[in-house]
Design a protein around this ligand. Structure first.
Ligand code: HEC
Length: 144
């Protein structure tokens, strides 16, 4: 029975390494604790997730979004939304409804592929008002 036990240990070690690797892929980008965003100045939009930005072009939302982005997204997506290469450059997100849908899907659920966390889900922790405010600011940085 020595052999099976050994391989079990090997398996456990491999799993531990795999888990550590997933962990470090998230923590490699520094502090991942989401910073709360004060959105009390924005009109309420309810609990149900919208698919299109209710704050598009809203100057107050743009301002809140800029700071929320700096605190929660810039460490991966780059200052001023100019990516340094570790995550997509969000200036090129499509404008309008289709872009909104893709944006909010990623914001809400993040991105996990093959068990690896590329982007953590942020919707529940930051809330949808903050998400749409960030999207409103990103619109102002848009490039084709
Ligand atoms: C830990 C790093 C990290 C943080 C923090 C992060 N992202 Fe991401 N994000 C990524 C990565 C990596 C991808 C690419 C995912 C993939 O390829 O599946 C991504 C993808 C996206 C996309 C899709 C882009 C595209 O071109 O398809 C959007 C939109 C997005 N992130 C928005 C945000 C917003 C808004 C925030 C802050 C609230 C944020 N992300 C915070 C790493 C991060």
């Amino acid at each position: 029975m020595k052999k099976p036990r050994l391989s079990l240990v090997t398996f456990a070690a491999a799993t531990a390494i795999a888990v550590a690797a997933v962990g470090s892929s998230v923590f490699a980008h520094g502090n991942i604790l989401p910073q709360p965003v004060n959105t009390s100045a924005l009109p309420d939009i309810g609990e149900a997730w919208l698919q299109h930005n209710p704050y598009r072009g809203n100057a107050v939302a743009i301002k809140i979004g800029e700071s929320a982005y700096g605190q929660n997204c810039a460490r991966c997506h780059g200052l001023e939304a100019i990516s340094g290469g570790i995550a997509p450059d969000l200036r090129y997100l499509e404008l309008g409804d289709t872009g909104d849908e893709w944006f909010i899907q990623r914001y809400q659920h993040g991105s996990v592929r093959d068990g690896k966390v590329y982007m953590p889900p942020l919707g529940d922790v930051l809330g949808q008002k903050a998400g749409w405010a960030i999207r409103a600011w990103l619109d102002t940085k848009h490039e084709e």
